[in-house]
Design a binder for this molecule. Structure first.
Ligand code: KIV
Ligand code: ZN
Length: 521
């Protein structure tokens, strides 16, 4: 079956907005710029870069992403009020191709929160979409919780938004409530029955609460939607959003029955997936479709035998199609700087000279401790060193005594704002003792809401990547680190999270909290 432009599906990535607003997935400014650059390079049509009114940080990130964008349209989110929309425009206007995305909750449950009647809400939609359109030619409007909105009212407000100048109408399944047949029917019916529907693009935005986001998005496309909203790794609060890699690969692999095409370079998927997992602290489950560690692994005897005879027996796509290069032993302690640069380049990682020098030193240290350095080790090494320059807290040394016959003890030296101090603490195991030592040196009330350890590769000398999430007064920060010593990686990840909390606190002011798009105004 051939595809035509009628079958071109626009990919709208909201990793940096819907994904980043999920608790704990907060990214730094530099990380947001990096992810936006990678999305642009991968061929994402529209990047939803953030929610500019949420905080100074969000505003700055959206503005800078807008300035840097090469090919993608840069979109910002705004609630249905003039202040939000103006702020959004101030941020996205720097893009060669800006878009304002404004929304309001239209279902009975959502209408009740701002306490608007149906007529009052309809008036607000007309006013805000008109205002957005006066600022920007490219306006997207969303009736939040569309799939639980009464049909008559949904059709009425979609018509109002189109008449007011919206160019894309997004139909969100905000709570992941719909199912594929219903998702397709809803879009089909809106296109057939709403006056003016043929002049706009319909989009689908599905959450994954019942595990149907990918199926619902693809069904919406079959119903006539031509924009899919999604995130890398399906990042997003609760069960997440539609995963970009799943819809893109489904349309590619099953193009015989899903004859749609996108502009995405699928060979960039794996690298983006790893970067988003690292910077968000949301690890990808091993059996996750397309990007999970086991997605292309064949363990059982029958599978391995079949794979050796003909890869197609158990593989419906090639690992290279998603940018997965075979894990091989890459380098040892005699490898030089040029080899490291070239290997990292093959992995999609390009570093400035000073960054490369830093990674090279740490690579040599790792190669001394670990016989075989794998691709995954290098990726962990590169990502573990982030933020170091501006950190107020730095781990200098750690000695831990643990085992049977008594409590574990951690002896730690930490530099705080350049001054070294030491502490010894006992605890219920080495990690507990270590975290207590950090708290003794830098007293804080941050609540530890996640502590996660992953082995980067196989073997007892494997590096461990550790994620630590801390919450303090409404602010959440995730820290990461990697080391062949799990306790050292844990200490560094905890300190990394604390440094991030300190930075956020300094940026926001002690008691200020970011606005969420769910705060109705
Ligand atoms: O899920 C949702 O409804 C949203 C809207 C803001 C589009 O993210
Ligand atoms: Zn959403």
């Amino acid at each position: 079956m051939t595809t035509s432009d009628e079958n071109r599906v626009v990919i709208f990535d909201t990793t940096l907005r819907d994904g980043e607003q999920s608790p704990g997935a907060t990214m730094t400014h530099a990380e947001k710029l990096e992810i936006a650059g990678l999305l642009d390079e991968m061929g994402v049509d529209i990047i939803e870069a953030g929610f500019p009114i949420a905080s100074e940080g969000d505003f700055r990130a959206v503005s800078e992403i807008a300035r840097n964008a090469k090919n993608s349209v840069i979109c910002g989110l705004a609630r249905a009020n003039l202040k939000d929309i103006d702020r959004c425009w101030e941020a996205v206007k720097h893009a060669a191709q800006p878009r304002i995305h404004t929304f309001i909750g239209t279902s009975p449950l959502h209408r009740a929160i701002p306490n608007l009647t149906k007529d009052e809400m309809a008036e607000r939609i007309h006013e805000t979409v008109t205002h957005a359109r006066n600022l920007c030619d490219n306006v997207q409007w969303s009736p939040m919780d569309a799939t639980r909105t009464e049909w008559d009212y949904l059709a009425r407000v979609v018509e109002i938004a189109i008449k007011a100048g919206a160019t894309t109408i997004n139909i969100p399944d905000t709570v992941g409530y719909t199912a594929p047949v219903e998702s397709a029917d809803l879009i089909r019916r809106l296109i057939a029955e709403v006056p003016g529907a043929d002049e706009v693009v319909f989009a689908t935005h599905c959450h994954n609460d019942l595990g149907m986001a990918t199926a619902n998005s693809l069904a919406a496309v079959e119903g006539g939607a031509r924009q899919i909203e999604c995130t890398i790794n399906g990042l997003g609060e609760r069960a997440g959003n539609t995963a970009l890699e799943e819809v893109v690969m489904a349309m590619k692999v099953r193009n015989d029955i899903l004859p749609y095409h996108t502009r995405i370079d699928s060979t960039k998927i794996m690298h983006l997936s790893r970067r988003v997992a690292t910077v968000s602290g949301f690890q990808v489950q091993p059996n996750k479709a397309i990007v999970g560690k086991n997605a292309f692994a064949h363990e059982s005897g029958i599978h391995q035998d079949g794979m050796l005879k003909n890869a197609e027996t158990f593989e419906i796509m090639r690992p290279e199609d998603v940018g997965l290069t075979e894990t091989n032993i890459v380098m040892g302690k005699h490898s030089g700087r040029a080899a490291l640069r070239s290997k990292l380049k093959n992995l999609g990682i390009e570093l400035a000279e000073n960054q490369l020098s830093d990674v090279f030193v740490r690579f040599k240290e790792l190669a001394d401790r670990k016989k075989e350095v794998f691709d995954e080790d290098l990726i962990a090494l590169v990502t573990a060193g982030e933020d170091a320059e501006n950190d107020r807290l730095v781990l200098k040394s750690l000695r831990v005594v643990c085992g049977t016959g008594g409590q574990a003890e951690a002896e730690m030296v930490m530099s705080i704002d350049g001054k070294e101090t030491s502490a010894t603490e006992q605890g219920d195991g080495p990690v507990d003792a270590t975290f207590k030592a950090v708290r003794q040196l830098h007293p804080n009330d941050a609540h530890l809401s996640l502590y996660q350890v992953h082995a980067v590769t196989e073997g007892t000398d494997a590096q461990a990547t550790v994620s630590v999430r801390l919450e303090e007064g409404g602010n959440i920060a995730t820290g990461q680190s990697a080391d062949t010593d799990t306790v050292v990686a844990s200490a560094k990840a905890y300190i990394n999270a604390l440094n991030r909390l300190l930075t956020r606190r300094a940026k926001l002011g002690e008691n200020e909290k970011e606005v969420s798009y769910k705060d109705v105004s």
